[in-house]
Structures are given as C-alpha cells and as structure tokens.
Design a protein around this ligand. Structure first.
Ligand code: ADP
Ligand code: MG
Length: 613
C-alpha cells in the first residue's frame, strides 16, 4: 500500500516555471508576447531583434506608454495585469494580453531585463531579473516606451532547451509571427532584424500598403478587396487571386478584433469559393479581418491565445464564404490574373480572356438562351448582351469573343449570324490528335483542350440548372432500368431531385426504377453508366468537400458527360464548342483548376522565325 503523501503548495518560482511551459515554448512565443505587450501599450513603432533565432537573445523595443516604477515591479508577477480587473472585463477583452502571465513566465525560464519610461518623467527604470536572485531595480536613461531583453532562454530547463529545433526552423517560426503581427497592425511601424541583418522595416500604412511593403508588388496587385457585414460580424481585408495560391498555408491570415487566430474551419470558408479556381492542395492567400462584439467570442481557450471560440461560428463561416464569393464573382477576372505569372519568354502564353477588355465596364458575353447542350447543336442562338456595372443591359457589345477574334460587329441574334460570324472570325479551325482544337485568334493561335472546355461548359450549365432553372432532358425511346449498387441507393434518393433539375427523369414501372430521360450532354447508349459514374464522382467530391453539394454535382456532371480526348470532332462541333466556351463565366479554367486555353502570339512566331515585325 502506498503511504499517504503530504500536499504542499509549490514555491512560486516552480509554479511560474510550470506555467511558463504553457506560454513559452520557443523563442517565437516570447517574441509574440512581447510584441503583443508593445501593441497593447499603444506603440506606433516596434523594433524586434532576434539573435541566433532568439535562442541567444531577444530584444524588443517599443515607443508605447511605458511603465511607472511600481508597475514595472508588478509586471513580472504572475496574474499581474493592467488589462482586466473584473469578470465582465474578461468577457469583453479588447487587448491582446489579459492573462498577466507572459512576463512572469519569461522571467521564470530566462534572464530578463526591462527598461521602461513613461512620458511624465525624465528618466526611466531598469529591472533585471535572474531566477532565484534578488531583482535589481535602478534608474536609467532611456526613451519613452519599453525595452525588453531576454537572454539565455531555458537556461534552467535543459529538457526544453534540447527540444528547440535548428536555428533555421526556430527562425521560421519567429518570422511567421513577425509577418503576422505586421499584417495585423499596419498602423504600427515594424522593424525586424535577424541578428545584424534587417529582415524588414515597414512604415505605418494601411492594410494594402502593408501587404505591399511585406510581400511586394506582385502580391499587392493580385488582390481583391473583401468587405461584407452581417449581424454577427464585419469582414474586411484582401484575398489573393488564384495565381497567388501556395502549397503551404503560410499566406493565410485571420485576425479577430486584431488578434491573429488560427481556424481550420474559417480557412475552409475562404477556400471553398476558390475550389474550382485553384489546383488541389493549393491554398489561397488572404488577410481577413473579422470585427465582432468581443462578448460573442471566447479568446481565453488557448494559453497562447491562438485559437478562439465563437458563439456563432456557423454565421461567421457563412459570412466569410459570402464575402469571398462576392469578391471573386464581382471581379470576374480570374482567368486573366491567373495567367499573369506566365513568363513572357515562354512561347505559349495562357490566354487571358479579358486582357483586352476595359475592366471597368465590360463583362464576358453570356448566351442568354442556353441550348440543348449538345455540342452538335446546329442552331446556336447567340444572343449576346452586356451588363454594365449596375446590372442593366446596354448596347455596348464589346465581348470577350470579339476581343479574341477581332469582330467589329456585335454577334447578332439572327439565324445565320453564327455561321457567318464563325467563317469570318474563326478562320480555319482544326483538331490535333483528336485532343486539342487550334484556331486563329486576333493575336495569334489559340489551343483549346477539348475535354476541359466541354467540362467547363457542362459544369456552368449544370450549376445554372441546379440553382436557377431546371432543364428538360431528352426523353428516351425506351426507358432503361436503373440498377444501383446498394451503397448508392441512399445517395441517389438524396440527389434525385437535383438530378431531375439537370434533365434526368425517372419513373417507377412495376416497382422498378427506370431512366426515362437524360440531359442532352449524355451520349446515347451510356445513360446508365453515366448515372453510376456521376454518383461515384459525386460521392468522391462530397468527401473532400461536404458543403458544396450542388457544386459537386455540377462538377461530377461535367467530369462524366464531357467529350473525351480521342473524340474526333467535326468543324461544326468544334465551332460550337468554342462558342459555348466563350459564353462561360470563366472560360479559362476547368472546374479542377487546370487551364483550358493556351495562346501563342503572332509576335512570338515572328520572334522565333527571326522576323522583326
Ligand atoms: P498581460 O499582457 O496579459 O497583461 P504580461 O505579463 O504580458 O501580461 O504583462 C503584464 C503587465 O505589464 C501588462 O498588463 C502591462 O501593464 C505591463 N506591460 C508589459 N509589457 C509592457 C510594455 N511593453 N509597455 C507597457 N506596459 C507593459
Ligand atoms: Mg502580455
């Protein structure tokens, strides 16, 4: 039997050391806390120097309010804070710090020196703390504000010290935090040194100016502003166009009432509208500020305050989703921007659909009356219209199509206009290895991936059918029995209505479900297989992205019904495909984010053949 142990309160220095384990994990955590303190003190300029990735020394200097002598002594006590006084305060925290344990924790595991001076005195005070030794407090000459120097981190906790990573890794953590702090507070100047070398020195600015100062012009010019307000939250900031997406999440920044936060779920709310615009495994760049009533969020759920808990997480998710969707659809320029990254020297430039357009008042053309959907549609009615920014239909017929093919006249809704137009502007059109369509554009030659193009067309058309107006399919002469795998049956019931909006229809004959009609995109003879394929594909998409069920269905439809590489197309079919493609909202990228069109410029041919003109 175990003998009873006597309980004793821990001496304060040990209690502090334990608490330090939560707050101070690595040099980066110290820097984060010190920068937060400087910001809470109203600093407009903060200098951070990390020596040997902060392992050797950390130096943070601010021009904030500073501390009086008495406060300086108190500041290093655990649970000493000037930021909250009552429980109510805890429920509406507006400062970055509030736990009153950062300085105490830092002091418990390192050598700490703080110099501070307030504006009402002509000298400051310096406090030097080394664990288990008498604190030294003495007057000193120093600027208004506070300087903190941390040395020999973890000198008394060797186990922790051992777990620190290489300088490179530790510095990367610090650097991420510095970027994040600088993004969260553009109103404050940040100067950041890695030892002797300057990493950045960014002046006071607004958010876009700060982004440019930190990431350069290429990034700041590839941004869309977001701005959305609901009852729960106000959302502002910037999202990067698809070409700025990265394989890591390093370019993703959320701030909740200026506090940097990490949230997988909210990051998904930004990601989702990008789904079909960027490649799999890519992460869009964003800086999103959420402003909300501090009583509606609990910031005290994580010792390092990285995570927070929202009262209306769902509402905030939806609001962010909406803000991002709005920005993307309003901008309408995604294909173009995505291609900007192309190096000019590359012979094949990805096409920029809108590159010749005046962005301020034109939009890609849209066919109003969507047809049967067959690519073999002989009778394309192309009623092209232009919506001005206010949404009204005007007579300005500068369309993407015209810009590409150089027609002067608008496409008119007359029976012959299509053919007439095609002849005049398309010139010759031909197919390469039953896979790619070549055609002359105003500036050179365009190459279209036939499968990806058709996929885009069907995807957009399906989305429309699902969200706006259901379409009628083609009735089969003889209904085909629908046999589903047992595991697909439930899913089928679930999406049956949506399938019917797409043009499928089903009847029950003598207890057996039969396919009665299918969308025109489905090739005769493949009806049954098509449904099975769509269901399988849909299930796959749903696993990756449970929120977007209609979008998933449209994408599945596009994926399965599109003509394949290997299909030989007639001239008419190719023309029709090209027409339909340019009527799409985003002709440049397929629903999986791959390019659909490449363009090779005439001047590039000239250059390569040694012609000067
Ligand atoms: P918290 O920030 O949670 O209050 P800290 O241990 O980080 O706890 O700091 C304790 C207190 O010391 C703060 O509440 C603040 O009053 C004071 N303080 C710390 N750093 C600074 C600074 N750079 N400028 C002015 N006051 C500071
Ligand atoms: Mg603090």
């Amino acid at each position: 039997m175990l003998s009873p142990h006597s309980i004793a309160l821990l001496p304060e220095h040990i209690a502090n050391q334990i608490a330090a384990g939560e707050v101070v994990q690595r040099p980066e955590s110290i820097i984060k806390e010190l920068v937060e303190n400087a910001l809470d003190a109203g600093a407009t300029s903060i200098l951070v120097i990390a020596h040997k990735a902060g392992k050797q020394a950390i130096h943070v200097i601010d021009n904030g309010s500073g501390m009086r002598k008495e406060d300086l002594i108190l500041s290093i006590q655990r649970h000493a804070t000037s930021k909250i006084k009552t429980t109510q305060d805890l429920e509406r925290i507006s400062t970055l710090g509030f736990r009153g344990e950062a300085l105490a924790s830092i002091a418990a595991v390192s050598h700490l020196e703080i110099k501070s001076r307030t504006s009402d005195t002509d000298h400051g005070w310096s406090l030097t703390i080394e664990p288990l030794q008498e604190h030294v407090l003495e007057p000193c000459q120093t600027e208004i504000g506070t300087q903190v120097i941390v040395k020999n981190m973890f000198f008394n906790v060797p186990a922790r010290k051992k777990f620190l990573k290489s300088d490179m890794v530790e510095f990367r953590h610090i650097s991420e935090t510095m970027y994040r702090s600088a993004l969260g507070h553009p109103e404050c100047r940040f100067t950041f040194y890695d030892g002797d070398s300057l990493v950045f020195d960014v002046p006071q600015s607004d958010l876009i100016g700060r982004i440019q100062a930190l990431y350069g012009k290429e990034v700041s010019e590839g941004l869309l502003e977001i701005d959305h307000i609901t009852n729960d939250v106000q959302i502002s900031g910037f999202i990067g166009l698809p070409h700025l997406a990265k394989q890591s999440r390093a370019g993703q920044h959320f701030f909740m009432n200026t506090r940097p936060i990490i949230s997988r779920s909210l990051a998904h709310a930004v990601f989702q509208p990008f789904e079909h615009l960027i490649e799999k495994n890519m992460h869009p760049f964003f800086v999103v500020n959420l402003t909300l009533d501090p009583t509606k969020v609990d910031v005290n759920v994580h010792p390092q305050k990285h995570e927070v808990k929202f009262e209306y997480e769902r509402g905030i998710y939806n609001a962010i989703h909406q803000a991002v969707s709005n920005a993307l659809s309003k901008a309408h320029v995604i294909p173009e921007m995505q291609f900007r990254q192309q190096i000019a020297d590359q012979p094949f430039e990805r096409l920029s659909i809108l590159k010749h357009q005046d962005h301020s008042n034109t939009e890609a053309s849209t066919y109003v009356n969507r047809l049967t959907g067959e690519i073999i549609s002989r009778n394309v009615q192309s009623e092209v219209y232009h919506r001005s920014e206010t949404g009204t239909v005007t007579n300005q017929h500068r369309t993407a199509f015209e810009h590409l093919f150089g027609t002067e006249e608008p496409l008119i809704n007359s029976p012959n206009s299509d053919i007439h137009h095609s002849k005049r502007v398309l010139g010759s059109i031909w197919q390469l290895h039953a896979k790619y369509i070549f055609l002359q554009s105003e500036e050179g030659v365009m190459i279209i991936d036939q499968h990806a193009a058709h996929e885009r067309i069907i995807y957009e058309r399906s989305l429309k059918a699902l969200n706006e107006q259901a379409v009628q399919g083609q009735t089969l002469l003889f209904p085909i029995p629908l046999q589903l795998f047992p595991e697909d049956q439930l899913l089928f019931t679930h999406i049956r209505n949506d399938l019917e909006s797409l043009g499928f229809s089903f009847v029950e004959i003598a207890g057996q479900l039969q396919i009665q009609a299918v969308p025109f995109d489905i090739t005769a003879g493949t009806e049954h297989l098509a449904i099975q394929d769509i269901i399988t594909q849909y299930r796959e998409y749903e696993q990756i992205r449970p929120q977007g069920s209609r979008d998933n269905l449209a994408a599945s439809m596009g994926c399965k019904a599109a003509i394949k590489a290997g299909n030989v197309l007639s001239i008419e079919e190719m023309k029709s495909l090209v027409h339909d493609l340019f009527a799409c909202e985003m002709p440049g990228v397929c629903p999986h984010g791959r390019p659909i069109i490449l363009e090779m410029q005439l001047r590039e041919f000239d250059r390569r053949f040694g012609r000067t003109s």
